[in-house]
Design a protein around this ligand. Structure first.
Ligand SMILES: [Zn+2]
Length: 124
């Protein structure tokens, strides 16, 4: 969707106050753009678990400049809905990862233990 400022301006329409009241929350959701420049950056925070994590970071509510308490979860839900049209789960994102052969260990752990144990026996 948009720059965090646009999300913050939309928060003002929804919850009152000023854009600066909401900017930190919206910036946090989009910080992952810094290391993944296309839409896939959203896999890290744009989901239900990310919304609850934002609540842990920013608190259950913020008090906007009108003096009203606004649940941070509602701000996160607004952000994710504006970007994606819905609120996915982390599983929705992670299930899109297609494992590559190189993603797996080269040797099963049991074989590596056997090799390590044999090396220990030799060292005595
Ligand atoms: Zn976003």
């Amino acid at each position: 969707m948009a720059h965090p400022l646009k999300h913050a301006q939309n928060s003002v329409k929804k919850f009152g106050g000023q854009a600066e009241d909401y900017l930190a929350v919206h910036k946090w959701f989009d910080e992952s753009k810094a290391f993944f420049a296309d839409f896939r950056h959203r896999a890290l925070r744009h989901h239900a678990e990310g919304i609850f994590l934002s609540e842990t970071i920013f608190g259950v509510t913020i008090t906007n400049s009108d003096g009203n308490e606004v649940p941070v979860r509602y701000i996160g839900e607004q952000h994710v809905r504006e970007d994606l049209g819905r609120i996915p789960t982390a599983q929705d994102w992670l299930s899109q990862i297609k494992p590559q052969r190189s993603s797996y260990r080269k040797k099963p752990l049991a074989k590596r233990r056997k090799v390590r144990d044999n090396q220990n026996v030799r060292s005595f």
